[in-house]
Design a protein. Structure first.
Ligand code: TXA
Ligand code: MG
Length: 339
């Protein structure tokens, strides 16, 4: 069942749909819901059976923890404890928004949410439907939600992306339109006064550093994906092989594959002369040079071309600039398995 919602203002009918979703969550159901980053696959964070079902449906290893979504900043110290001042500062500044804080978990968080770790990821999302849903599930409740995709695949930024793979496996999909940010939240952790970046995302590191007035350390060895023993860095990947190239090599490769009768889609942020990619079995897509705009459309584009009958998705390597960090991270993971 897909419920369509106009995300900007919720009228009575839409509120009823969110209320129905809240009821389902309270009964242990699984509801896909929109956030400003990507769609989440939500369950009551305190219902261990429902949490286990999410892992099963996603085919995700159980030691790969879920983010707990809260509806108000005042709920932070119910779900977490020993919260450093820097975390409060970031929460006050960026919430609601695409920022996840890794904090010491409180006893209210079940083991299965955190994969047995003593920390929990917490986020207050900015989407009006998500906020309404969170406020309707009742006091001392939160929504544990991974992105609403199968493990290792591209995150969904529309309800249609969710229903394409999960429609029959979950109880409801709340449709709140296309996600505004389009990339997952930035994940930050705190240790002995140092602030670490675990996953680049919707909030640029520079904005976080500005608020904290100190550097954020990129802690590669602590990146979320390496917390899973034996996990491949391949993640956020389309099923069509995706490769990254700088411009001259990108054009050469596309033309070479075209000569072998292979169909490729070439995605660039640079302007290129169309005569350089003239074979009929090459489709060229030009994306924005603005990383915010590029990030908004990236997953939708990958979903679209992954479903189309192309042999390869060839992408121009993103600029090596801080504002492109989240995009570079996702594209490197998407292409890893095929290098
Ligand atoms: O934007 C987002 O963050 C979206 C929306 C739905 O909120 N959620 C999302 O969830 O991307 P998921 O499960 O696809 O990715 C969450 C990441 C995982 O890589 C997980 O390992 C990491 O967060 N994570 C969660 N709790 C953690 C913890 N306690 N310590 C380290 N990493 C953690
Ligand atoms: Mg995910």
């Amino acid at each position: 069942m897909v419920m369509v919602l106009d995300k900007e203002k919720l009228d009575q009918k839409q509120l009823e749909k969110v209320a129905a979703a809240a009821r389902l969550l309270k009964e242990g159901g699984i509801v896909a819901f929109p956030t400003e980053t990507v769609y989440g696959l939500g369950v009551d964070a305190t219902n261990t059976d429902a949490v286990r079902k999410v892992y099963e449906i996603k085919q995700r290893p159980t030691d790969h923890p879920l983010i707990v979504h809260i509806g108000h900043i005042t709920q932070l110290d119910y779900w977490a404890q020993e919260i450093p001042e820097a975390a409060w500062l970031l929460a006050r500044h960026f919430w609601p928004g695409p920022l996840t804080l890794i904090l010491r978990r409180s006893p209210h968080i079940p083991d299965c949410v955190t994969g047995g770790q003593d920390t929990v990821g917490i986020r207050l999302p900015a989407h009006p439907v998500a906020l309404k849903l969170l406020n309707m599930i009742g006091p001392n409740k939160a929504i544990a939600a991974p992105s609403a995709n199968l493990y290792g695949r591209i995150s969904p930024t529309t309800a249609a992306h969710v229903s394409a793979t999960l429609n029959n496996k979950i109880d409801m999909i709340l449709d709140g339109g296309s996600c505004k940010v389009g990339l997952e939240s930035t994940i930050i952790s705190f240790e002995h006064g140092t602030v670490f970046l675990l996953r680049p995302g919707g909030i640029p590191v520079s904005a976080i550093e500005l608020v904290l007035n100190k550097p954020v350390i990129s802690h590669k060895s602590k990146a979320p994906v390496t917390r899973v023993p034996g996990a491949l860095p391949s993640h956020y990947a389309p099923t069509t092989p995706l490769q990254l190239f700088h411009l001259p090599e990108l054009i050469q490769t596309a033309n070479k594959l075209a000569a072998q009768n292979l169909h490729t889609v070439v995605i660039t942020w640079s302007e290129i002369n169309s005569s350089q990619l003239s074979a009929p079995n090459i489709q060229h897509v030009r994306m924005s040079r603005d990383p915010v705009h590029y990030g908004q459309h990236l997953y939708a584009l990958l979903h679209r071309y992954d479903q189309a009958p192309y042999n390869y998705i060839l992408m121009e390597t993103p600029p090596e600039l801080p504002a492109w960090l989240a995009i570079s991270d996702r594209l490197q993971r998407a292409s890893y398995a095929h290098l």
